[in-house]
Design a protein. Structure first.
Length: 639
């Protein structure tokens, strides 16, 4: 975005956000007018045809319809997350998609089965009637609420005349230099020196501090300690993250530390573990709630059409008491909570409308759109961010909006322009040193050090932690499927054979005894699907059920495995690597491995890119490069 004033930066972000919203709306409109449902009948955002399996009420007394669809059991990614808005649709006679006009939401999802929240019985009857007439489908629809919230937040940040907020805004994206208080030493014996430094800086920050946590360095552990230390000095803090999963994770860890957490948001989007901390559950568990419920029930049922003066007085008294109880219960819930947690967008929830916090913590800040961050920042006097901008970025669908800066995060901006507020965690507790070193040199200025506990850890004695199986002489061909995803069938077979050979080398008994686990990663969904199918064909892998995971890079974010195999897919004479050019994704992929990393790919295609050339040379110097021999057709697959 270049150098701008804080106001011009926020205005520019608002324009980019409008560009993204318009792009998504146009893409959605095009998909509605297209009759090509068969090409995406079982995609991550669209299921067609579906069948009604039943209807009823969930634990929150919400009307639910259960639908099923055919699946081959290898769904790679899923956009039907709880709370996500969805729309039922059918195909008109001219082949266009026609949506039913009801606001529906996902209640729960598992492969082949979706439970959908329906607004009322009238909508349920109408949907069932339509099902009787023709085939129906369900698709994820646009979440316009999030766009509205972000636009309003940016405008509020631009127009605010609050001196405290203006000071914070200028310290974050303006010319002010962040300041730090002088505090007594803080030293937690279970943290290393740099983690303790990050905690001290977070507590001492007057406006902003950033905890930059590369893979395996204990970023969330450090952030939790910073929250706990802050609560020694403040009554309550706000903890946010861009996704519900991230909010639930840090909230669970804080609860385990004995911190009272009040989780704000749609209960449909919360993990089962966090439901007991939800505002709704705490509200219904309050000792005054039975009286409030009885009053509401009485007022709902009414007193007939004509009200005498006595009945009118009674209604007024009941309504007054209802308001008193609602205010009291709400006040008690917030008074008892030390941490209020929600998504960044969720901080605009009406329950938090007039609440302000001394400190805001944003976890996974490097995956958060900056406009979403400002929604929460408006409620705070100072901000602590944790994340890693060298891993997965936020999702931006409009290429032009991303290129112009919408995919650049507030954390990236702070690391670039306010380095004095950043602490880079430098000891990692996940990977063998040889796996770590390339990522450290390329992304983290070479500062990462492997903890002594993991630096030389191997699956077995004399193992080689880095192996590149080079397919340059194999004659493999990459392909593109109908969904425009890439796949490489022969390379997929080689991946399965490679895993089998390594399992045979270690032995099933040893794998079972030591609980050795394996991950297979490919940047391409189509390749993931193909590898999953090949694994299912082999009876051998049934004995490793639960110990072998196959997914995209995004699907492995935040996870780790003892052994990782990466299928690179791209194999062409032009050196075209497409999607692999997003180096942050590759950083995620190669840092999932604890003890062994195997890359399978064509070095000639990949090495024309400077990053992959350096990675290949790293494997040459610190590991082993093996020239592949194409697997014999089905020689082990039928085993």
């Amino acid at each position: 975005m270049g150098e701008m004033t804080s106001i011009s930066r926020l205005s520019y972000l608002d324009e980019l956000l409008k560009m993204e919203q318009e792009y998504e709306a146009e893409a959605y409109s095009r998909s509605l007018s297209s009759g090509n449902i068969s090409g995406r009948a079982n995609e991550s955002d669209c299921k067609y045809p579906i069948v009604i399996a039943g209807s009823g009420y969930n634990a929150l007394d919400q009307l639910i319809m259960t639908v099923t669809y055919e699946t081959d059991g290898d769904e790679v990614e899923n956009d039907f997350e709880p709370g996500q808005p969805v729309a039922f649709f059918f195909l008109s006679d001219d082949g266009k998609s026609v949506e039913l006009p009801y606001g529906c939401f996902v209640d729960s999802y598992k492969e082949g089965v979706i439970q959908i929240q329906i607004p009322n019985m009238s909508a349920l009857s109408s949907i069932k009637d339509r099902f009787r007439q023709r085939l129906m489908g369900v698709r994820v629809s646009i979440d316009n609420t999030s766009y509205r919230v972000m636009h309003e937040s940016l405008q509020s940040a631009i127009r605010s005349d609050n001196e405290k907020f203006i000071h914070l805004r200028e310290a974050l994206i303006g010319s002010l230099v962040p300041r730090f208080r002088q505090l007594p030493p803080i030293d937690s014996p279970w943290l290393n020196d740099v983690q303790n430094k990050a905690v001290r800086k977070s507590v001492a920050a007057m406006e902003v501090s950033v905890v930059h946590g590369p893979p395996g360095t204990g970023k969330t552990t450090t952030l939790i300690e910073a929250v706990v230390e802050t609560l020694q000095r403040e009554t309550q803090v706000l903890v946010c993250a861009p996704s519900n999963a991230a909010v639930d994770w840090i909230s669970e860890q804080l609860s385990k530390r004995g911190v009272s957490v009040l989780r704000i948001g749609n209960p449909l989007k919360m993990s089962d573990e966090m439901l007991s901390c939800s505002y709704e559950r705490r509200y219904s568990d309050h000792p005054d709630y039975p009286e409030l419920w009885n009053i509401r029930k009485t007022l709902r049922e009414g007193f007939g059409e004509k009200h005498s003066r006595d009945k009118q007085n009674l209604i007024r008294r009941l309504k007054k008491r209802q308001t008193e109880l609602e205010i009291k219960i709400n006040a008690d819930l917030f008074e008892q909570a030390r941490v209020v947690s929600c998504t960044l967008i969720g901080s605009a929830y009406h329950i938090l409308e007039h609440r302000h916090f001394s400190t805001l913590f944003i976890d996974e800040a490097a995956q958060a759109l900056e406009p979403a961050c400002w929604t929460a920042i408006l409620k705070a006097d100072r901000v602590i961010l944790g994340g890693d901008h060298c891993q997965l970025p936020p999702t931006v669908k409009c290429v032009e909006a991303a290129r112009k800066g919408l995919s650049d995060t507030l954390m990236q901006h702070l690391v670039r322009t306010k380095p004095g507020c950043v602490t880079l965690l430098s000891t990692q507790y996940r990977m063998h040193r040889d796996i770590m070193d390339f990522s450290s040199r390329w992304f983290y200025h070479g500062v990462l050090k492997a903890s002594d506990d993991v630096a030389d850890r191997l699956v077995q004695l004399m193992d080689i932690p880095l192996v590149w199986i080079d397919t340059v002489k194999c004659g493999f061909d990459e392909m593109q499927n109908k969904a425009m995803s890439r796949l490489n069938a022969e390379e997929a077979k080689l991946v399965v054979h490679t895993l089998r050979d390594y399992v045979d080398l270690i032995g099933l008994e040893r794998i079972a005894a030591d609980r050795v686990d394996f991950g297979i990663i490919s940047p391409y969904r189509a390749q993931v699907r193909m590898i999953r199918r090949l694994l299912k064909l082999q009876r051998f892998y049934r004995r490793l059920r639960g110990q072998v995971s196959v997914n995209t890079v995004d699907g492995f974010q935040g996870q780790e495995r003892d052994v990782i195999i990466i299928s690179m897919v791209r194999d062409n004479d032009k050196g075209d690597i497409g999607f692999l050019g997003d180096l942050r994704r590759m950083n995620v992929a190669i840092t999932r491995a604890r003890m062994k990393l195997i890359i399978i790919g064509n070095s000639e295609t990949l090495s024309r890119h400077r990053f992959y050339n350096a990675l290949f040379e790293h494997f040459r110097e610190r590991g082993q490069v093996v020239e592949c021999i194409p697997p014999e057709a089905e020689n082990k697959v039928s085993d």
